[in-house]
Ligand binder design. Structure first.
Ligand code: ZN
Length: 478
């Protein structure tokens, strides 16, 4: 990638059909990543209904918002989130006294305890705080993998979609675009004893699960910033018939936890004589609209099977839970599109997720610059930024992720004068951001052209923090 002077060629094709007749406005940062090119001194034209129109020289007498010292980037896309797990932060970092070894499975029991305690308002308050932190980190779209459906004893709420609607309300109050991935869940696992702490997650049949997703889609159809997909939770949580139902459902967006833990692979082989990815290929789930979350414990031939799909790495969670390291290099070489998610919300920093995606490979391979990236000092930075924007948007079926004519104006700015970035080389701005920016360098965030965060502040910051603090004290007594 090279910096390019502003020319007419960088401009759009003129006003797009969906642009209203109201005057557009212009954003003037120091630099902008416009359609894959870093432009300096270009202004970005945004229509009054929040779409990008062009980038170019500032026209005389234009309505302009100056963003001095800022680099304008596509809004970041968090493909995999369980927002309520934000409440576990700091509460699972010591060895449990009653077990010999802490691991994913002991963490999961702690997570179930949290999941059991939240009422609908608690789900809203916890989710809102999590989404607010996402907005402050430059995230404009979230894929919320939602599996909390019912009352703690498993009975449906009077409004069966209650908890999903609370999560959506939280995202929309914060101002984020949300893709609610309505999870299907029906068992503790193959030959596993029922776990009463999971009954909040269960649907009785695949039909009931898919109907709930369809109902949710109908209920939220008016809001263009909300979309709905489905998510068979994992090979543990649903049997083959549910995967087949997903494959023939006509749903275009299917996300699933895949091969996060070695035990999951062993049990899948015991049940089906196949590894998880092999099973998913058998039932016809793998394709453009499928996203495999984690995919840590996969063999080379499974990576080939995932070549048309997205693979969502969640490096901070995988580090926190001791899941293992995704072979992101092999996965990308096979053709899979890498994207990232903050998953358990142990931390919330997309730049850190990206540098861990590459950094874990460096630690295991014993060399540097492992992922195949375009040549040049900013090639790897641009590649990784695309993982957290363009690829993420594709995994969520969104028209965002690249700043170009016709795309929604979902964007964020980074302060090039932030202490973590000062002195960034002009020919490697993106690499400096990805590998060195602190999350506080993110200063402004807009979704569909509307500012959600301005100069590092969100209008709900204090309100949300107060409610969230009270929730934690009430639920955890600490
Ligand atoms: Zn997850």
């Amino acid at each position: 990638m090279v910096s390019a002077p502003v020319t007419k060629a960088a401009r759009g094709e003129g006003r797009l059909p969906h642009a209203s007749m109201s005057p557009s406005r212009w954003l003037l940062p120091d630099a902008v990543l416009w359609n894959g090119q870093l432009l300096r001194g270009a202004a970005v034209e945004v229509s009054s209904d929040g779409f990008l129109l062009s980038a170019g020289p500032l026209p005389p007498a234009a309505g302009v918002e100056r963003l001095p010292g800022r680099l304008l980037l596509p809004g970041l896309v968090d493909v995999h989130s369980h927002a309520f797990q934000r409440t576990l932060r700091g509460r699972t970092q010591a060895r449990s006294p009653d077990v010999e070894v802490d691991d994913f499975w002991t963490w999961r029991e702690a997570m179930y305890r949290a999941a059991m305690t939240l009422d609908p308002e608690g789900v809203y308050v916890a989710s809102r705080q999590c989404f607010l932190e996402m907005a402050l980190a430059g995230i404009t779209s979230v894929g919320e993998f939602h599996y909390l459906h019912h009352q703690p004893d498993g009975r449906p709420y009077a409004e069966p979609l209650e908890l999903a609607l609370q999560v959506i309300r939280a995202a929309r109050d914060v101002g984020l675009r949300i893709v609610l991935l309505r999870a299907g869940y029906t068992r503790a696992g193959y030959m596993a004893a029922p776990n009463p702490r999971q009954v909040r997650f269960y649907d009785a049949t695949p039909e009931a699960w898919l109907r709930a997703a369809a109902d949710l889609r109908a209920r939220t159809a008016q809001d263009t910033l909300v979309t709905v997909g489905i998510a068979p939770h994992s090979v543990r949580a649903v049997p083959r018939a549910w995967l087949e139902a997903a494959a023939t459902s006509g749903e275009s967006l299917v996300h699933m936890h895949v091969a996060e833990q070695p035990e999951e692979v062993v049990v899948c082989q015991a049940e089906y004589g196949r590894r998880p990815v092999e099973l998913l290929a058998d039932v016809g789930l793998l394709g453009e609209g499928f996203t495999a979350v984690h995919a840590v414990h996969t063999m080379p031939h499974e990576r080939e099977l995932l070549r048309d799909a997205s693979v969502c790495a969640c490096p901070s969670t995988e580090r926190d839970l001791g899941d293992g390291v995704l072979a992101a290099d092999g996965m990308a070489r096979a053709g899979a599109r890498l994207c990232i998610g903050t998953d358990s919300q142990a931390t919330l920093d997309c730049f850190d997720e990206l540098r861990m995606l590459e950094g874990s490979l460096r630690l295991t391979r014993g060399r540097r610059a492992v992922l195949d990236a375009p040549e040049g000092p900013d090639g790897l930075g641009q590649l990784l930024l695309g993982v957290a924007s363009e690829n993420g948007a594709r995994a969520l079926g969104l028209p965002t992720g690249v700043l170009r004519p016709g795309a929604p104006a979902d964007l964020c700015t980074v302060d090039l004068n932030h202490p973590s970035l000062i002195g960034a080389p002009a020919n490697a701005l993106l690499a400096t951001v990805v590998f060195s920016a602190e999350v506080a360098a993110v200063r402004d965030v807009a979704v569909q052209g509307q500012w959600v965060v301005r100069d590092g502040r969100h209008r709900l910051g204090d309100t949300s923090a107060r409610a969230y603090g009270e929730l934690c004290r009430r639920v955890f007594q600490a």
